[in-house]
Ligand binder design. Structure first.
Ligand code: KL2
Length: 430
């Protein structure tokens, strides 16, 4: 697809960073830093982060694999706060030291924060397109390959996925535009991006990694749910393994701008949500996306044993829209698939984070009127993929110690999510 930027690995880094040791320090101890305010008085940091604020915690079952028989990799998802958005909404950051808001200060801190997390796959939201060459190419210089998809319309930021070149080979990629002309519920410029990665040394077990940044407007859960529906339909198609029918292991990350109790998260967690008030079925018939978050053409092709990679996908600007003669089902004939009053999906996803600690305290990844979780890592609940560890998220209460984000420890207004996965060969590949 034309808007899909080419791989960034050939873009040379041309940015300049004035990195002082102070700016570079991302340890959990806050340093006093100089205020950039006009009176240039020294402002002592108000952020006192406890040492166990963000520790790696073991999750569920430990690896029972023999050494060498499984593949372990880290996935990070991070909304890095586009500088242009920070500057469009300065009223959101009045509690921050002006020094901590400068891109010149935030960029090297973001870099160090991410390097410290050592992701093998890095999913980013709010990547400013104009910073790709001057900043993000630094990741290519240290061994990552990146793909980037800019939001549509006049939006200056987008989502990117970087992966370690020595660990993975990309076999396919796909971007998803949620904007669908003539559909009021899909009239916003958000996007998603996904990539099929083959671990080197485990070529028989590709994984699909997707990331997205859904609409912010707190009143428009209906739009976010519709955006997710389109993303899930594309994931269902993209992650399907025609050779061994079923989906490849999926890792879906992003800033969903949705709290755990929202309809968006209910759909992901439970696999269905009641949605009669959110839908106009004629819109969905027009783009051929069913109540089960699948392309109608893909469903019918699979039922009839045709490879769904050639299905006649109807969404606007799909990289996979194909005009396949004779393969164009009429949604009118399948009304029942668009009028059930509920939305479901069959991808069997589970969240890497619990959102609620065992003692009942809620986790938080950002501040939106209150400390809340809006960032997620989901993964396929399947025998091949295991979650081993995650970087602990603080509780909303613990976040009080952060003051306002970005601060002198965390360079964005979100906290990064970080996970360690293990991929094991299926029984028939042992
Ligand atoms: O919530 V965000 O920040 O994931 O951290 O996603 C959006 C918001 C991002 C992209 O649209 O820009 C921020 N008030 C507060 N924040 C806003 C607003 C707004 N009116 N509009 C956009 N954003």
């Amino acid at each position: 697809m034309s808007e899909f930027k080419p791989s960034l690995n050939h873009v040379s880094y041309g940015g300049q960073f004035e990195v002082s040791a102070n700016e570079n320090n991302i340890n959990n101890e806050c340093q006093a830093c100089e205020s950039g305010s006009s009176n240039s008085s020294d402002v002592k940091s108000t952020c006192t982060v406890p040492p166990d604020f963000r520790i790696w915690e073991e999750v569920g079952c430990r690896s029972d694999s023999k050494p060498g028989s499984s593949f372990k990799f880290r996935v990070v998802s991070y909304n890095v706060l586009a500088q242009c958005l920070l500057e469009y909404h300065p009223y959101l950051y009045t509690g921050c030291s002006p020094h901590n808001l400068k891109w010149k200060v935030r960029a090297p801190r973001l870099f160090d924060e991410i390097v410290e997390l050592a992701p093998d796959i890095l999913c980013l939201q709010e990547v400013q397109a104009s910073h790709l060459e001057s900043f993000y190419s630094r990741f290519e210089q240290i061994g990552y390959i990146g793909i980037f998809k800019q939001k549509t319309g006049q939006r200056e930021d987008g989502c990117a996925i970087y992966y370690k070149q020595d660990l993975f080979e990309k076999s396919d990629q796909c971007s998803v535009e949620y904007y669908q002309p003539g559909l009021p519920i899909l009239n916003r410029d958000n996007i998603g991006v996904m990539v099929k990665l083959v671990p080197r040394g485990m070529p028989f077990l590709p994984i699909v990694v997707a990331t997205t940044h859904l609409l912010y407007n707190p009143k428009r859960t209906d739009v976010r749910l519709a955006q997710l529906q389109v993303l899930l339909a594309e994931l269902d198609r993209f992650a399907y393994n025609c050779r061994e029918p079923g989906h490849l292991p999926i890792i879906l990350t992003g800033d969903l701008n949705s709290t755990p109790e929202s309809a968006v998260i209910q759909l992901l967690d439970r696999g269905y949500v009641s949605a009669s008030t959110f839908r106009d079925s004629s819109d969905w018939k027009r783009i051929g996306v069913t109540d089960n978050c699948q392309h109608l053409s893909v469903v019918l092709d699979r039922l009839e044993g045709r490879p769904s990679c050639f299905s006649n996908v109807k969404i606007y600007n799909s990289e996979y829209s194909k005009d396949v003669p004779g393969h164009s089902p009429s949604p009118a004939e399948y009304s029942v698939m668009f009028n059930s009053g509920a939305i479901g999906h069959s991808l069997k996803l589970v969240s890497a984070y619990d959102r609620c600690k065992p003692d009942g305290h809620q986790e938080a990844s950002t501040f939106q009127d209150r400390w809340v979780t809006v960032d997620y890592v989901y993964y396929s609940y399947c025998s091949n993929l295991n979650l081993l560890e995650r970087l602990r998220l603080p509780t909303a209460q613990e976040c009080q110690a952060l003051g306002s984000l970005p601060n002198d420890v965390y360079a964005s207004d979100h906290l990064a999510l970080a996970t360690l996965f293990e991929l094991k060969p299926a029984l028939n590949h042992l």
